[in-house]
Design a protein around this ligand. Structure first.
Ligand code: ADP
Ligand code: MG
Length: 255
């Protein structure tokens, strides 16, 4: 086994040892374990050099992608993993299944469009938002999952310690930002301004998936301000899929 975190290129005499140690030095840690068998097979079959190199770098590329996915999942701070595999489409009284499933192809992220999921409590808005977030991470995208209240609280807290720019960047840099649960709690004027900054900075630059229990016409009540509500809806809704779900809470199903 090569030394952990070598600080300089290998000086080993034996070329195989040197190759193994230098791959490790370069951070290509997947191959050293399979190196002997790859080379052994290649020697016995007189494999062309290109195929030998391909075998080495394919392993590395795959390992790098898997590391990246698991880092994306950790960074995204998804509350609990969910997928749409077991989603009961017959439960909501109203849901456009094709529209929801089309979000899972993630084209809206490439097109920097948004999705707004609207509906009463318990109809699966958060579930769907998580499934989209999870899929995006699996496809190597940078995602941040937060609630509207958490986002506003974090930004307000950062105002007092001079970290606003950095905090804002945490919400504007990811390719996908999920803002869950807008509308359960009122948001004050300063909070509304900060949320607007996030939405307008991401406008046409990065996707937002937002969930709310309130229809657009009632967003003035959330912010206690119709002007800011209209400005948020204008930016968010311009290039947006609006998914309206209706029905009884799934939480009631087992009762
Ligand atoms: P909302 O965000 O709309 O209030 P949630 O997504 O939190 O609702 O759903 C509440 C609970 O019910 C979650 O545990 C969710 O996984 C589950 N759930 C909701 N709708 C469905 C559904 N149609 N099929 C399967 N599970 C569902
Ligand atoms: Mg929810």
């Amino acid at each position: 086994m090569p030394t952990p975190n070598p600080v300089r290129p290998s000086q080993a005499k034996n070329p195989l040892d040197r190759l193994r140690e230098n791959l490790h030095y370069l951070g290509l840690t997947a191959t050293p374990q399979s190196l002997e068998s790859i080379i052994d097979k290649a020697t016995r079959r007189t494999t062309p050099v290109t195929e030998l190199l391909d075998a080495i770098f394919l392993d590395e590329a795959q390992a790098k992608f898997e590391r990246q996915v698991s880092r994306r999942l950790t960074d995204a701070k998804i509350p609990v993993p969910k997928s749409l595999d077991g989603f009961d489409w017959s439960w909501p009284e109203k849901v456009n299944r094709a529209q929801v499933l089309s979000l899972l192809d993630l084209r809206f992220i490439d097109e920097k469009r948004n999705a707004v999921l609207l509906g009463p409590p318990g109809v699966g808005k958060t579930h769907i938002a998580i499934a989209i977030a999870h899929r995006a991470c699996q496809e190597g995208r940078r995602v941040v999952f937060t609630t509207a209240v958490q986002l506003v609280n974090q930004l307000q807290a950062s105002l007092s310690n001079g970290g606003l720019i950095r905090r804002l960047r945490a919400y504007t840099a990811p390719e996908l930002l999920i803002v869950d649960e807008l509308g359960y709690l009122p948001i004050d004027k300063q909070g509304a301004d900060l949320l607007f900054q996030v939405v307008s900075t991401r406008y046409e630059r990065g996707s937002i998936v937002l969930t709310s229990n309130r229809a657009f016409k009632d967003w003035g009540l959330i912010f206690n301000d119709n002007t800011i509500a209209s400005a948020v809806i204008d930016r968010l809704g311009h290039h947006s899929d609006v998914v309206v779900i209706d029905g009884k809470s799934y939480r009631m199903k087992s009762k």
